[in-house]
Design a binder for this molecule. Sequence first.
Ligand SMILES: [Zn+2]
Length: 441
Amino acid sequence: MTPSGPNPDLRLGLTRRRFMWLTGMSAAGCATNPVTGKSQFMTVSEEEEIQIDRQYSPLQFSSDFGPAQEGALNAYVDGIGRSMAARSHRPHMPFSFRVVNATYINAYAFPGGSIACTRGILLNLDNEAELAALLGHEIGHVNARHTAEQMSKGQLTNIVVGGLSIIADVAAPGMGQVASALGGFGAGAFLASYSRDNERQADALGTEYMVQSGYSPDGMVGLMEMLNSLNKSKPSSIEVMFATHPMSEERYQTAVRAARTTFAESRNLPLNRERYMDTTARLRAIKGAIEELQKGDKAMGQKNFSQAETHYQAALKQAPDDYAGLVSMAKCLLMQKKHAEGARYARRAQAVFPQEAQGHHLGGFADLNLKEFDGALQSFRTSQRLLPQNPNTIFFIGYCYEGLGRRPEAAREYQRFLQQVRQGQQAQHAARRLQEWGYTR
Ligand SMILES: [Zn+2]
């Protein structure tokens, strides 16, 4: 018996209490903003900011193919970020910084201080001061509590709930539509979108933090210049960043003015270009592969799978063990229903980065389509251990048990899934089976 596949039109059901919590509508209040010292409409506590971060940042990091495997590169970025955060307005927050394997151009922060920048953006920076400007800007968003403020005003509802619906979109057999569905979550699905005022404030704080940490304010000018020029030359690679961090000529002009006036005497501080170039040398050595991955992603976005496959192939020729390349290729093949080939790339992805969930999730998905339910079950179990925040894995584990004819186990997983997800095709499938099997009426 083959269970029939749910389709991608899936929405995650939220209990009222949880919705209230997520949108911060349960209690109204004011708090003193840690940056401005002014009163700020705020219903989200610091503990809640940290909790939200713990729940969503792992999903976003996994969607971005996990932290870069080059330990020295991560340690470098983390070290710069932490030293700046320690001198900032909220040094007690649990800040952490990493490079994620994704190749689109972006950097982002979760409200508890989990901050990431992509390999794509690192390739476009010219020196350490520009990196410090980028990280300082993200620290600024955390410290000014921009995400919490938006949640308090109810403005983040769509993003958070919309993000959840995208997790629930994870594909099931028979589904061949949503590229992000195959275990990924869509670029930027969990990210807050900031206002222009938020951006201004984060830029100002970022400049302050970077100068305090001994970098020339020209790093902020260089960062703004780079972002502006990418907007003209490669708009598709940077659209997620600009959707979440609105860019403008004004931001650039403000950075130039700040460097010439407020921070003029700090302009002789270093940019540390050489150290930046040395530490990113291995990344820059595979620049060609990263550009092929960017082109492949663009083709995937246009559902041009054969073109995407050609670009991913070219990327893997230059960097055969690149985890993002292997996962992207596996997704691209699965979208084309080339399940056996997709399974092979998923296995290679698992082998090069066993601690990251996506390779296992995709391997499980490929195995499900090949009716290899035992293998699929193992893969989804591993994926669940690595990324317990993803409720869809519970559904897929149930689905594997169903395929294996192990009804009590399937029922237990479907019940667990329905405790978290109430609406959508997967929930309907789970509820229907529980009813057919006599677990519910
Ligand atoms: Zn921003």
